[in-house]
Design a binder for this molecule. Structure first.
Ligand code: NAP
Length: 206
């Protein structure tokens, strides 16, 4: 009999991707016995209209560069290529349509984002689509997901402590602006991409 695929979907803006994200994906792979983890850079994040987000192509390419050496990691263009605002429920529905009952889906992301899931679009449908894996820093208490209009839906949420999540994309952006070191926070090839393309206020290299 064919085994059910255990597929992790690592959702994030990844602006930029860093070692905290890579360690999170690796931990999820091992702790939840996943077959592979697909990084899913958000196309147009719905909650970030008030602030600048790098282009989806830059964020996608940095994620490809960061994950290239790990055979258990892939990167999907699904959200980057889908027009309009990005809703996780659309992504998980598309994956469910693709795999049917042949895959069990796990959506991995930061605990701060998971707290809000009951307010996300079509929250009631998440319960049947996937299990959420909320990555937290040690000592962080994950409250129950904030209630939304469809609070009767209670998707399964597992938590996972990841010490490397002390690293954050916003701190890296600030470091670039202030010309402070990036070494050991993200793969060197991603740092080179940031410098070469003048992301986060960095003057263009060359
Ligand atoms: P965010 O609010 O920018 O991030 C919240 C926290 O979680 C930050 O500390 C962030 O750190 C961390 N984080 C984000 N992605 C992570 C990951 N994959 N692994 C570990 N930590 C992570 O979150 P976001 O990036 O906008 O959204 C996260 C995911 O939820 C995305 O896939 C997004 O599309 C989805 N989402 C969906 C809806 C919806 O469907 N309505 C609404 C909101 C979010 P860093 O800044 O260092 O990453």
């Amino acid at each position: 009999m064919r085994k059910t695929l255990r597929l992790g979907v690592m959702g994030g803006t990844f602006d930029p991707v860093h070692y905290g994200h890579l360690v999170t994906a690796e931990e999820a792979l091992v702790q939840f016995n996943l077959d592979r983890v697909v990084f899913m850079p958000t196309g147009r994040p719905v909650r970030k209209t008030h602030r600048h987000v790098s282009s989806s192509e830059d964020r996608y390419l940095m994620t490809v560069i960061a994950t290239a050496s790990n055979p258990d990691f892939e990167v999907s263009r699904m959200e980057v290529d889908r027009p309009g605002d990005t809703y996780t429920v659309d992504t998980m529905t598309a994956l469910r349509d693709t795999y049917g009952g042949r895959a069990e889906l796990f959506f991995i992301t930061g605990a701060d984002a998971v707290r809000e899931i009951l307010t996300w679009k079509d929250a009631a449908r998440f319960a049947g689509l996937c299990t959420f894996i909320a990555a937290t820093r040690p000592g962080f208490e994950l409250d129950s997901p904030a209630a939304g209009p469809e609070s009767e839906a209670r998707p399964a949420v597992e938590t996972m402590e990841v010490p490397a999540l002390a690293i954050s994309s916003s701190d890296i952006q600030l470091r670039v602006r202030e010309r402070r070191p990036l070494r050991y926070l993200l793969p060197e090839a991603v740092a080179s991409y940031i410098h070469k393309n003048g992301l986060y206020g960095e003057p263009l290299a060359g």
